[in-house]
Design a protein around this ligand. Structure first.
Ligand code: DGY
Length: 326
């Protein structure tokens, strides 16, 4: 294929260099060398002059992009699992295929969720801040006492790939009892591996768990599912961990619950208005805050890129892309 015949691919953010090299070899590609955030106009222009757009999980791809005229783009190959910022209905209406990158980041995101569970329970961020500030007065029996994770009950909201991987770690590595809720039938082997017990409702799970870890996608029906009432129904001193999407939690209600000591702690990798983080959360000592690092290993980020390439390659060969979501 001559370069004039190669499909034109517009990549919205800078990607790992190994992936950008492969994209350059296979496609007539526009890369984002400066990693700047593009305005909507730029995406609309891209939809008019490129065959595929590769956004990431933080880029909005609203109906205006699919309404571009003339519309050249036929594929939106999302770099990431979550596609909550892509208007799927508009994509379908304009016959644009949308794909994502499932599976590539499961283990690393599960590791990070486990790390947040441990860090929130054992107050490690508080301890490090204290030590770095020169305020550590030495070992003493009552210093920074946290909650024991081993043997605690972990409630998993969303028993998909990542939820199941957290359950496995928690049960097999930390002897935790695992409860879960999931809208569909979960993978039976994953349930068995973690001896996980299904709860009849989210309310039952919240009332029965010492630690709750969120692994649901953001969509109608899950947005703000953890609201003031549900936070109130959690066990006193319970811990909430979110590595899924900020939209799942009412952050203001969460701040209330943490400020009033209703919840013991939280571990958050995702936020309602990323990259902005509320002043109230920033001021709370009992929250571990991370900048959306769930998939931030070279292994995951390259694997995500490989899945984008697999979807592009299949689509432009005329076969169904493996990870089609619309
Ligand atoms: C995803 O792929 O949805 C993750 O949030 C990226 O870390």
């Amino acid at each position: 294929m001559t370069s004039a015949e190669r499909p034109r691919v517009f990549v919205v953010r800078r990607l790992p260099s190994a992936i950008e090299t492969k994209l350059r070899e296979r496609y007539d590609v526009a890369l984002n060398a400066t990693d700047e955030t593009y305005p909507l106009d730029r995406l609309v222009e891209a939809a008019q002059s490129f065959d595929a757009i590769v956004p990431t999980v933080v880029d909005n791809v609203p109906a205006a992009v699919f309404a571009a005229r003339p519309l050249r783009a036929r594929l939106v190959a999302n770099y990431g699992v979550g596609f909550d910022r892509i208007d799927l209905a508009a994509a379908r209406a304009h016959n644009v295929v949308v794909t994502n990158t499932p599976g590539a980041l499961t283990e690393d995101t599960a590791d990070l969720a486990m790390m947040l569970i441990l860090a929130a329970a054992r107050r490690t961020s508080e301890g490090e801040r204290q030590l770095r500030a020169g305020d550590w007065a030495g070992w003493r029996p009552t210093h920074l006492l946290g909650a024991r994770v081993n043997g605690a009950t972990l409630g998993i909201v969303g028993f998909g790939r990542i939820g199941a991987a957290v359950a496995r770690r928690a049960h097999r590595g930390f002897g935790m009892r695992v409860l879960f809720v999931n809208p569909s039938t979960p993978d039976a082997a994953a349930v068995e591996e973690a001896s996980a017990e299904r709860c009849a409702s989210l309310d039952e799970l919240l009332a029965s768990s010492d630690i709750v870890s969120l692994h649901a996608p953001a969509r109608d029906g899950t947005r703000r599912m953890i609201d003031a009432r549900r936070l109130e129904s959690m066990r006193p001193g319970a811990i909430l961990v979110n590595t899924a999407r900020g939209d799942l939690v009412d952050e203001s209600a969460l701040s209330d619950a943490l400020e009033h000591g209703r919840l013991g702690a939280a571990g958050l990798d995702v936020f309602e208005r990323e990259p902005a983080v509320s002043e109230r959360l920033l001021a709370l000592p009992n929250v571990v805050l991370l900048p959306h690092l769930g998939s931030a290993t070279t292994t995951s980020r390259e694997a995500m890129g490989e899945r984008v390439l697999a979807n592009l390659d299949a689509f432009f060969r005329g076969v169904p892309p493996p990870d089609r979501v619309a």
